[in-house]
Design a protein around this ligand. Structure first.
Ligand code: ASP
Ligand code: MG
Length: 461
């Protein structure tokens, strides 16, 4: 079986959905399929906006709700006809009415509980999957709607559910044994043990495809999106960037953690465990080869696989002469940061131990600094720690690639390229996997750095 997943931009309009229907119909002739879909493009954002407005007691949510309902009705009108259309309109009408009631409830009490929020978010995928399954029936494909909430079990971490794979795998296997039709599955959504709706995180539909793919031990997971694959660099920054034809799971993980937005990072793990290839394809350019992620490795012609970046980070720097040789300090720093619920993207510790710095999301920088100042109050007082600083206006550029393991000279090339362009490097980290060299530079240098590294590694050979 093959799993096909179509993202929001692939199903943003009726014309685009028609393209998707063609792809499904064609693929179905080659292999048995299951199809995961996102909400229609922009719908999840709209649901978030409506909920926020309603929760603040702002009736402005009603306008968005109206356009939400109209948009789904228009989709049904464009993609179905006759009796099927009538039935679907009635059905979807009931759904949207219920959504309106929930939003009204939020508006009246001026409060949205996390579980209510997740329930509201689920409407995007529940509606799109239902409408697309009926649109497929309309063109003669035997399709069924599948609500993933009945099968994918998570904990109660609303907004970012953690999947219980034992229960989930067995649910999905059982379901597919007795449902032979092509399943059109809601991406993004799941439920907890109390049957309350949870979601898998923004962009989580990719993950749904991997969860289903792993449970049925699919031959391939196809992620259909709006670009030609994972690119050697961001094409907005490097016009000569090109799609990467083949890369390892590990490289895909590094690239997606460091800013390449094509794939939701947790997607890779379940596929990697079973060796299921992930194929990234372009809905609007289906003839282009796309990117294949598997265990076979990357194109040996280049020393690196790609360059990606996180374009806004803050660096927290802790320094002081009293830090040298103190055991347990690093542990305390990161425990404090974890307790403050701040994620860390890169760590760099000088071997002199005189300073340690790490990168965080700029929105969390102050929280991190305050938490550290509280934890190290005493050390600051007696000047064992001189200061805790935030450095802003920075970014991380990551050079990623399986092939650079054990090849000497890659780091040298990276830094001489930066030197030639007069770029000041603020911090460096190399993953011990040797698949990633990350450099922190000023945000103002970001495009220049990526462009010149791309030239060094892809254009000059
Ligand atoms: N609709 C959800 C979102 O926009 C999930 C997805 O599209 O992958 O985040
Ligand atoms: Mg996506």
């Amino acid at each position: 079986m093959r799993i096909l997943k179509f993202g929001g931009s692939s199903v943003a309009t009726a014309e685009r959905v028609e393209k998707v229907l063609d792809i499904i119909k064609e693929s179905q002739e080659e292999s048995k399929l299951a199809v995961v879909v996102s909400a229609f493009g922009g719908v999840t954002n709209q649901l978030i906006k409506m909920t926020d407005l309603a929760g603040r007691g702002d009736r402005g949510y009603e306008k968005d709700y109206k356009s939400f309902s109209e948009r789904h009705t228009e989709m049904i009108m464009a993609l179905t006809s006759g009796e099927r259309q009538k039935k679907l309109l009635k059905h979807i009408g009931k759904y949207t009415l219920r959504l309106g009631e929930i939003l009204r409830g939020v508006y009246l009490v001026r409060y949205v509980a996390p579980k209510t929020y997740n329930q509201i978010l689920s409407y995007g995928e529940r509606l799109s999957a239902r409408i697309i399954s009926q649109a497929l029936c309309e063109i003669g494909v035997d399709a069924d709607f599948m609500d993933a909430r009945y099968h994918i079990r998570t904990d109660s971490n609303y907004g970012n559910g953690v999947v219980d794979f034992n229960i989930t795998n067995s649910n999905i296997k059982k379901y597919f044994e007795s449902h032979p039709k092509t399943q059109i599955i809601t991406g993004f959504i799941a439920s907890n043990a109390n049957k309350e709706t949870t979601v898998l995180g923004r962009s989580g539909s990719d993950y749904t495809a991997a969860i289903i793919g792993a449970a049925v031990e699919a031959d391939r997971i196809e992620i259909w999106t709006d670009v030609d694959g994972i690119m050697t660099a961001n094409p907005h920054q490097v016009p000569g960037a090109r799609p990467i034809l083949n890369m390892t799971y590990e490289d895909a993980m590094e690239m997606s953690h460091f800013g390449a937005k094509v794939l939701f990072p947790p997607t890779i793990q379940p596929a990697m465990q079973l060796g299921i290839p992930i194929h990234i394809k372009n809905t609007f350019n289906p003839d282009s080869p796309g990117t294949i992620i598997d265990s076979s490795g990357s194109d040996k012609k280049y020393h690196i696989t790609g360059i990606s970046s996180l374009d806004a980070i803050s660096l927290i720097r802790i320094q002081g002469s009293g830090m040298v040789g103190k055991t347990g300090l690093t542990g305390r720093i990161f425990q404090t940061i974890a307790k403050a619920d701040v994620g860390v993207m890169l760590i760099s510790l000088a071997s002199s131990e005189h300073s340690i710095c790490f990168a965080v999301d700029p929105a969390s920088a102050l929280v991190a600094k305050l938490a550290l100042e509280e934890e190290f109050q005493l050390e600051l007082q007696v000047k064992n720690i001189a200061k805790i600083l935030i450095e802003d206006n920075l970014c991380i550029v990551a050079v990623v690639g399986e092939n650079m393991r054990h090849i000497p000279g890659i780091a040298g090339k990276v830094f001489s390229t930066l030197g030639e362009h007069g770029v000041n490097v603020v911090a460096i980290a190399q993953g011990s996997s040797e698949r990633n060299i990350s450099i922190v530079v000023s945000k103002d240098d970001e495009t220049q750095v990526i462009k010149s590294l791309h030239e060094t590694f892809f254009d000059k050979i």
